[in-house]
Design a protein around this ligand. Sequence first.
Ligand code: RB5
Length: 144
Amino acid sequence: MSKENIVLAADHGGYDLKVILKDFLLNQGLDVLDLGCHDLKSVDYPDYARALAAAIKENKASRGVLVCGSGIGISIAANRHPHIRAALIHDRLSAELSRQHNDANVIVFGGRLIGTDVAKDCLKAFLNTEFEGGRHQRRIDKMS
Ligand code: RB5
């Protein structure tokens, strides 16, 4: 895993998994920027998606992790930002493909749906897989 700065954010539905994934990233020796939330009090996921998108835009981090209860709302919110390609992930192969084919810069989990070991495995694959470029870059260019 290459040394890079990873930004994390979650709503209350994703808080528990975010805590676990933050520890996981720190144990891998990565620098982590945690934008909250910082407890289980009910909050609105678009606010956290927006904060994470801003951090990436401002080059405070190269890639990000978002978590909400299902992963769906915070994915929709994140992908409204043109520079964000957020992939809602449930398995390792999808994590790899999100990098190889889509150059995803944000991985998203449903904290109430995914097991913690599966999420860690997916996150590791996401961080270690390179974008393949070529025809995939052409397709990404058509979205910007
Ligand atoms: C919050 O209860 C929940 O709606 C949110 O975390 C997420 O699952 C939305 O898509």
